[in-house]
Write a protein that binds this ligand. Structure first.
Ligand code: AQP
Length: 332
């Protein structure tokens, strides 16, 4: 079983990224051949500062290593160091429908946020994402719920590629998504009808992995709830439902158990318990982070070692893809 996922170098990753993706990356190392990359090329599809991109790449790499990625047990690298990704992106464009890209929710949301330029790269984002995964012939893609549509698209692209060029062979593997049952969509603490997001959430709405204890307590303490008093989930209670889901993941118990435990207790006690549990949950990552982040040479060494391994897998896929597409000289 081969597992692949990518994460953007946005520096400050939030609790949604941790619960929806990063914790799955860590446990993926015990379930199969795990390959993870920091998708710096994806980060260039919206307005960004070049110097920040390098800094944020180190920040994100350090967070992932602090959270438990072990370069001895996974392949961990930077997307921009493996040229097979953009090459495969271009080749896959031939079997990607413009109409499908035009339907992508993320493109619609992010293009509306751009002030100066809606880049063609933003439109092409899901094709590059498909190339990331398909270059490794991955079986499984751990992601949060917001990436469901992109994984569906990459499945369509792989199927169309095999049908068009495979001559009866599956040159590319059609991957499955792995979206957690609980915690796939952690909501904004100030607007619990919207996803917690790096770009769209306010400072109080997003809970960052590196937030200090008192900041976590204040953000959860002031999380928007409702005028009721019952700690239970329901469509009329998005704020409390979100906090129940967070506590359920952090403690590793069913949400029903949380509802039973807090039956008859007020929101104040519940929020204090959630804050305490989140602080404990993130503490090991926060504590390891500073030391790992300090040594940029070591981070580069880790990423370079990962690049070598990633390149050797992706180059084989690309050779097969070029061969069946009739690109370049015949191989044999
Ligand atoms: N709120 C969330 N709940 C659960 N999972 C989430 N993910 C993102 N937000 C939530 C998952 O985190 C992984 C890495 O995401 P990314 O950094 O590549 O960027 P993203 O998906 O675009 O989400 P962000 O971090 O909030 O950034 P913006 O603001 O740019 O959209 C993905 O697997 C994602 O599903």
């Amino acid at each position: 079983m081969r597992i692949f996922s990518g994460i953007q170098p946005t520096g400050r990753k939030h609790l949604g990224n941790y619960i929806g993706a990063i914790r799955q990356y860590v446990e993926g190392q015990d379930r199969g051949e795990a390959i993870y990359c920091i998708v710096d090329l994806h980060a260039t599809t919206v307005a960004y500062e070049p110097a920040e991109l390098r800094r944020f790449t180190y920040d994100t790499a350090a967070i992932l290593l602090a959270a438990g990625l072990d370069p001895e047990r996974c392949i961990f690298f930077r997307q921009g160091d493996v040229p097979e990704h953009p090459e495969l992106c271009w080749l896959l464009a031939s079997v990607t429908a413009w109409g499908d890209l035009n339907r992508m929710h993320q493109f619609k949301e992010k293009s509306a946020q751009q002030r100066e330029l809606v880049s063609a790269g933003l439109f092409f984002y899901p094709v590059l994402q498909a190339a990331d995964v398909l270059a490794y012939r991955a079986d499984e893609v751990p992601v949060g719920d917001d990436q469901r549509q992109h994984v569906e698209l990459m499945r369509d692209i792989a199927e169309r590629f095999n049908a068009r060029f495979g001559a009866g062979e599956n040159v590319l593997v059609v991957p499955e998504h792995r979206i957690p049952e609980v915690g796939a969509r952690i909501m904004d603490l100030q607007d619990p009808t919207a996803r917690m997001s790096t770009t769209a959430s306010s400072e109080q709405g997003a809970l960052y992995i590196l937030d200090e204890r008192d900041v976590v307590a204040s953000k959860i303490g002031s999380a928007v709830t409702d005028s009721g008093t019952e700690v239970r989930r329901g469509p009329d209670k998005p704020g409390i439902s979100n906090l129940i889901e967070i506590l359920s993941v952090v403690r590793g118990v069913e949400p029903e158990r949380i509802e039973d435990e807090f039956d008859g207790q007020g929101y104040g006690a519940f929020k204090r318990t959630v804050a305490e549990a989140v602080v404990e949950y993130l503490a090991p990552t926060r504590e390891r982070y500073a030391e790992i982040r300090e040594d940029e040479d070591e981070l580069e060494r880790v990423l370079a070692a990962g690049t070598e391994k990633a390149h050797s897998i992706a180059s084989e896929t690309l050779a097969d893809v070029r061969e069946v597409m009739g690109v370049g000289p015949r191989r044999r």
